[in-house]
Design a protein around this ligand. Structure first.
Ligand code: PLP
Length: 369
């Protein structure tokens, strides 16, 4: 295999296959000219709500907005504390601080890399002003929703799920995003369900949250120029909704393809010395990312680059050690598991149309490292 042949993610292959169908959907919107909140938005919202087993879905401009508006809709504001995972993408925490609320980071489970419910309990024993838990289904693996919902009920906390990496993932046969008061998705192009630009969605079973977010995304109005609250401009574009509506039809198929690649990696990399992803028995992992761990990461990545294989790190610097969040008051050593993970993780090439010979080559290279 020649050099520079295997990218970490490749969305063009999928788009080539669906080109006609996607262009037809775009052209349809172009002809109608209904670019803002056109009927394709509500049609896609309906499909996505049904897919997620929820009553409502609201299309927004990004996953970050979906998180921010969900938190605002459940009443989070200045001084409130929101519990979330120390090991996540920064947008999870940005959504909390954008409302003047305080993120409480909790270390993760060493096998799933998601929020550790025992540690949430420990924190809650002496905590004040906590209003919500924001679990993240990181890499496409569901967080421990049974325990998280149980804790939330005991302490009267709301739950907003960050499902931005987990479209279609299941926990005990139920879609992620449908457990909490609201579930948030990103349609960033490389996601399991990706737009041709930015996009996001909130799903919820609560009518009050749906109504509030419908206003928040549209200048705080339900009826034109009747502003009931100070809102934002954050609507999912009609063109993006039309594209996503087409792509949603293939999400399950693509998730299955991701799982087949993951199973191939699991099988061929077993016992080679890497820590491999762990799918819990109650979980249906959708492998947005296939993340392994190695203590020789720098050498490992250099070696793969030489072999023409690109990899990623999600994420190299834990939130509490970033400059942006130095003011939170955490320090090095505050979250030992997250800090250890961040030093060792590497994301391997993972996308639905990764070819058999490419995964074989990746696996062969990993075995001979
Ligand atoms: C875990 C997580 N949360 C939130 C986001 C934010 O989504 P967006 O990029 O659409 O704002 C992302 C997207 O990268 C994410 O991976």
């Amino acid at each position: 295999m020649s050099k520079d042949t295997i990218s970490f993610v490749n969305i063009n292959r999928e788009h080539k296959i669906r080109e006609k169908e996607i262009k037809k959907a775009i052209n349809n919107v172009f002809q109608k000219g209904n670019f803002i909140l056109g009927e394709e938005v509500s049609l896609f919202e309906k499909d996505f709500a049904q897919y997620c087993q929820t009553k409502f879905a609201l299309g927004l401009a990004s996953g970050t907005d979906a998180l921010q508006y969900s938190l605002r809709a459940i009443g989070i504001g200045k001084g409130d504390k929101v519990i979330t995972a120390a090991n996540t993408f920064i947008a999870t925490v940005l959504a909390i601080t954008s409302l003047g609320a305080k993120p409480v980071l909790i270390d993760v489970d060493p096998t799933t890399y998601n929020l550790d419910p025992q540690k949430i309990r420990k924190y809650l024993l002496h905590a004040k002003k906590v209003k919500a838990i924001l679990p993240v289904h990181l890499y496409g693996h569901p967080a421990a929703m049974d325990s998280i919902i149980k804790i939330a009920r005991e302490y009267s906390l709301s739950v907003v799920e960050d499902a931005c990496q987990a479209h279609g993932a299941l926990y005990k046969n139920k879609r992620v995003g449908s457990f909490g008061d609201a579930g948030c998705f990103s349609f960033y192009p490389a996601k399991n369900l990706g737009a041709l630009g930015d996009g996001g969605m909130v799903v919820t079973g609560r009518k009050d949250i749906a109504h509030k977010i419908e206003m928040l995304r549209n200048y705080g109005q339900k009826q034109k120029y009747h502003h009931l609250m100070q809102g934002y401009n954050s609507r999912l574009d009609t063109i993006q909704a039309a594209v996503l509506k087409v792509k949603l039809n293939y999400l399950d198929q693509h998730n299955k393809m991701r799982r087949q690649i993951a199973h191939f990696y699991n099988k061929t990399l077993q016992g080679v010395g890497y820590i491999l992803p762990n799918e819990q028995k109650e979980a249906y992992h959708v492998y947005h990312l296939y993340v392994i761990r190695t203590t020789k990461r720098k050498k490992f990545q250099d070696y793969l680059t030489q072999k023409g294989i690109s990899t990623g790190i999600h994420y190299p610097i834990p939130i509490h050690l970033t400059k942006a969040y130095s003011s939170l008051g955490y320090k090095k050593g505050s979250f030992p598991i997250t800090e250890q993970i961040c030093k060792e993780i590497v994301s391997l090439p993972m996308f639905p149309y990764l070819k058999k010979e490419e995964m074989e080559y990746v696996s062969t290279c990993l075995r001979s490292f």
